[in-house]
Design a binder for this molecule. Structure first.
Ligand code: GDP
Ligand code: IMO
Ligand code: MG
Length: 421
């Protein structure tokens, strides 16, 4: 069984906790895109963890975890993350790294910050982790890969070719340039620390697929920040949608059996750009307070809003979602009234039921329908039948509007606070 887990909103839907829950049965968990811009929170018996690069299956010692070829890996943050996990007693020996994953270099975060500063009031609101510049180098064939660490001559040649262009950009921004020998010395340290984890991925993946192993493919971020299908340019620089899982992990696409979209029972977003069902009033603040909506990577307050069924339908189609995991239902427990965005109204009064291109999306108004809240605690609930009837009706409506069956519901951050429907 091969299952992809993707974000069905703007990111931070609770993918980490869903992967941690599902990884119980997994032989292999693979992160397939993004970088350390991710903050995937997992709360289990071992503690509370915010994973940035390491797959959320790392807490099961029998599960192999792979950082896939589609990821951009900052070795500095990876080593920090490994040290933090090990300090908490987590066995990380099963973490492998694809030799084809891009290596995020010190100049990438520098350029990310400089490019953002140059945008003035038109910032994207990136995490400044260097994600955009690293993927730009990958597509521009200027990237270095983790596998290059095992080949110092090759690495020197590649970096010698790339660095003059990088330094030219840094000079353009008036920033200090970087030295070849310094960067190579840093690479030598990373090679020493990581060489034993860097693998050729297909000799691991092919037999796993052919022998029917349980594989989980973990996406980063959500469809509304997808490079092609999100609110461009207010997006990340890779594809967090399921079609990329096959490329980023290294599997034939038709071997993927199911795609689970993770969505909050409301919605949040970090960063700039249009966000149709945003709540800028006291209800939005209430959701932020109860849901502890602050970015796991940058600590920024998350923008909050109602569940946007148009956006999740967009996610459902593009990802071929076979099921939904609805998280954070408990955050709505005290609300007397809950709204759902069911459509977008254009300036001429016409209603549309799809996510339009960004210049149009900035002009629409959300069409909202109202539902009574259940005003009862759900945090101890562990089965659908125990949910208050108003919560069941709300979830049934989400299911109807998105056209995707709800497969899991979570009512608290802990591993055990999630149940199958
Ligand atoms: P991810 O990036 O998609 O993995 O999500 P994040 O970890 O960035 O954000 C989700 C946040 O919600 C984390 O702080 C989780 O611990 C928390 N969380 C996840 N599921 C639930 C839930 O059902 N209820 C509550 N109250 N918190 C949850
Ligand atoms: P997880 O995996 C929420 C957002 C940034 C910005 C845009 C581009 O935890 O869901 P980037 O640094 O990728 O170039 O920033 O994407 N963003 C996230 N928002 N959760 C994340 O990760 C995010 N990773 C990036 O806020 O709008
Ligand atoms: Mg997150």
């Amino acid at each position: 069984m091969i299952t992809t887990v993707v974000g069905a909103q703007f990111g931070d839907e609770g993918k980490g906790r869903v992967v941690d829950y599902l990884a119980h049965h997994a032989d292999l968990v693979i992160r397939f895109q993004g970088g350390d811009n991710a903050g995937h929170t997992v709360v289990n018996d071992a503690g509370t963890f915010r994973l940035h690069l390491i797959p959320s299956g790392i807490f099961y010692p029998q599960t192999t975890c792979l950082i896939g070829s589609g990821v951009v890996v900052n070795p500095v943050t990876l080593l920090e993350e490994l040290a933090n996990l090990e300090a908490s007693g987590i066995d990380t020996s099963n973490l492998k790294l694809s030799n084809r994953a891009q290596m995020l270099m010190p100049y990438h975060p520098a350029l990310d910050g400089l490019e953002e500063a140059q945008r003035g009031g038109k910032q994207i609101g990136t995490t400044k982790r260097g994600i955009g510049p690293a993927y730009a180098d990958k597509a521009g064939r200027r990237g270095l890969r983790l596998g290059d660490l095992a080949h110092p001559d090759w690495l020197r040649e590649r970096l010698s070719l790339v660095l003059p262009q990088v330094n030219h950009k840094l000079e353009y921004f008036g920033a200090p340039t970087m030295k070849l020998e310094d960067l190579l010395a840093q690479c030598a340290e990373w090679a020493e620390a990581l060489a034993h984890r860097i693998i050729e991925p297909l000799p691991l993946l092919r037999p796993a697929v052919e022998s029917g192993k349980h594989i989980l493919l973990e996406g980063q971020l959500g469809v509304m920040r997808d490079l092609d299908w999100g609110t461009y340019p207010f997006v990340t620089s890779s594809n967090p949608t399921a079609a990329y899982a096959a490329v980023g992990a290294g599997l034939p696409p038709q071997t993927i059996d199911q795609v689970i979209g993770v969505a909050k029972a409301y919605a949040t977003a970090v960063g700039a750009g249009p966000y149709p069902a945003e709540l800028t009033n006291n209800i939005g603040q209430k959701l932020r307070d109860i849901g502890q909506e602050y970015g796991a990577t940058t600590g920024r307050p998350r923008r909050t809003g109602w569940f946007d069924a148009v956006a999740v339908r967009h996610a459902a189609f593009l990802n071929g979602l076979t099921g939904l995991a609805i998280t954070k239902l408990d955050v709505l427990d005290t609300l007397a009234e809950i709204k759902i965005c069911t459509g977008y109204q254009m300036p001429d009064g016409r209603q549309i039921d799809y996510v339009p291109d960004t210049p149009v999306l900035t002009t629409i108004k959300p069409v909202l329908e109202s539902w009574p809240g259940w005003q009862a605690p759900t945090t101890e609930i562990r089965a659908w039948d125990e949910l208050p009837p108003a919560a069941q009706r709300y979830l049934e409506r989400l299911q109807q509007l998105t056209g995707v069956p709800i497969q899991f519901v979570s009512v608290g951050p802990q591993r055990e606070a999630m149940f199958a429907v």
